[in-house]
Design a protein around this ligand. Structure first.
Ligand code: NAP
Length: 484
């Protein structure tokens, strides 16, 4: 392993580079020092882009069997070093060790699926003779790699969300430059190590550590970069989309996901699933449950059971297997969450449990009667807070669910198949989970949102579609029709 305990280098086009100018990576639990990473300059980013020009040519020419074996070898390397990967995620981020271990397993899956999908990137024949005058044509299209991809990733899934861009990029013959979140760069560097170990040709992959505000513009505006694949917050995403200009854009943004619980639902299952969906990864989860609409006749029973479950949550040391919830990513974020909760309470919301902050720790919090003019009722909380709303009926639940500027995923609990199908048709989201919370994803399904939740879809096969372009081929024949 090349990563040092103190002072990690970054991965520039196959070379591990150290810099004097560094960024400290801290453990959000107690602000203890973990390591440093280089604070990349614009010159470093420019070098990565220049090298990626060559890398894109190398990647495109890599035979599919080689892409498959590199992706599988990287996955095997991660499997063999699972504990190190999980400890890194848990230390630099705010996931518990259990959540971090689950992310490592997902990352292995993402890379293995990428290896499988590499053999399924193909076009189809085109019946040109559908157009009068084209009876003498025969042809098809291929899918070609797009070239150089910029991947910008957030702190909350610091390994698997990077793998969701790197795996498909390699599978489809692209070069890729990753700019991981400054708060959690170490997991992305470990992923680069896995690909270095697996024999990925130099120049195909770079992981450039440094502040988005310093090196981001260069990466997203450079004309050689043909696609910006961004996962992060709405404001950052919108700013990047405005700057990027004429290139492909994929935006995986946030949400404040709704879940509807109808009176015929299995309440116990709905409670268990929504509590987990609300507080997984301290609620710093793009598809986490933020708003729960419960039919009035079961509201009391649901909310009592919900609070009972939340009161048993073990908050504490994220490195312990027994801990359910660790700290938020930093104290600043915990203070923001506290402010939003206090604002809601000042405007008339009722605090059912939680609402306490200790440094970066914020207790699992449940609010009800939240007026619609509160920040927390409209924006993405991205913290351990969930809002319970009693609703008169199904129609009102659907309308309220849709009445925000987000639409990533939603859930509905009901045994009524007609209502489930109606919800599928009426909810403005990228995915709807029947008898489950919004917090469900496997790595091979299409994933992404509508409205402020983004543009495009990830989920290996779908990312590959975004990272490739069709190229049409037409043969003009000497005779009119080749086939009768
Ligand atoms: P963020 O603040 O938007 O940052 C995301 C990334 O953008 C970071 O790497 C950041 O770098 C970079 N960045 C910031 N300014 C930039 C600029 N001017 N140019 C280029 N890059 C720039 O998001 P976050 O707080 O890390 O993550 C939380 C958000 O991500 C939430 O909204 C969450 O819902 C969303 N998310 C969405 C999905 C999904 O799949 N839909 C998944 C996970 C998370 P620095 O760290 O250096 O600032």
């Amino acid at each position: 392993m090349k990563t040092k305990m103190h002072g990690n280098p970054m991965f520039v086009a196959g070379k591990w580079i150290e810099k004097e100018d560094v960024i400290e990576v801290l453990n959000p639990q107690d602000n203890s020092f973990i390591s440093t990473v280089p604070s990349a300059s614009k010159e470093d980013m420019l070098l990565a882009i220049e090298e990626a020009k060559e890398g894109a040519k190398i990647a495109a020419k890599m035979p599919v069997h080689l892409r498959i074996s590199i992706l599988n070898k990287a996955a095997e390397h991660i499997e063999e070093n699972q504990e190190k990967f999980a400890a890194t995620i848990a230390l630099e981020g705010s996931k518990t060790i259990r959540e971090a271990t689950a992310e490592v397993r997902r990352c292995i899956q993402t890379l293995k699926i990428s290896a499988e999908e590499a053999r399924r990137i193909h076009g189809e024949t085109i019946p040109f003779d559908q157009a009068e005058g084209s009876e003498d044509r025969i042809g098809y299209y291929y899918r070609f790699p797009i070239g150089i991809i910029a991947a910008i990733t957030p702190f909350n899934d610091p390994l698997n969300l990077v793998a969701h861009k790197v795996g498909p990029a390699i599978a489809s013959g692209n070069a890729i430059i990753v700019k991981p979140a400054t708060l959690t760069p170490l997991s992305a560097l470990l992923l680069a190590e896995a690909f270095d170990y697996a024999g990925l040709p130099p120049k195909v992959l770079s992981v450039i550590t440094g502040k988005g505000s310093k090196i981001g513009d260069l990466l997203v505006t450079h004309p050689a970069v043909r696609m910006v694949s961004f996962t992060g917050g709405l404001d950052t995403g919108e700013a990047i989309a405005r700057k990027a200009g004429l290139k492909k854009i994929s935006m995986e943004l946030g949400s404040n996901s709704p879940v509807i619980v109808l009176s015929d639902a299995d309440i116990e299952t709905a409670v268990e699933s929504t509590v987990s969906g609300a507080f997984y990864a301290v609620g710093q989860n793009c598809l986490g449950v933020q708003r729960i609409y419960i039919e009035e006749e079961i509201y009391e029973k649901f909310s009592t059971l919900f609070i009972d479950h939340v009161s048993k949550y073990k908050v504490g040391d994220k490195m312990l297997e027994t801990t359910d919830m660790g700290p938020m990513i930093n104290e600043r974020e915990a203070i923001r969450v506290e402010r939003w909760v206090d604002e809601a309470i000042a405007k008339g919301a009722k605090l059912l449990i939680g609402g306490e902050r200790n440094g970066a720790f914020y207790s699992p919090t449940v609010l009800t009667d939240v007026p619609s003019n509160c920040t927390i009722a409209q924006q993405e909380i991205f913290g351990p807070v969930v809002l319970l709303y009693p609703v008169a009926d199904f129609d009102s639940a659907i309308e309220k669910s849709n009445d925000v500027n987000y639409g990533l995923q939603a859930g509905i609990f009901t045994k009524d198949i007609d209502k489930a199908f109606e919800a599928i048709g009426r909810m403005d989201v990228g995915g709807i989970m029947i008898n489950d919370s919004s917090d469900y994803r496997i790595d091979g399904m299409p994933f992404g949102g509508v409205k402020g939740s983004g543009i495009g879809r990830e989920g290996v096969k779908f990312t590959i579609q975004e990272m490739t372009e069709p190229r049409v081929v037409s043969f003009k024949l000497a005779h009119k029709r080749l086939f009768s």
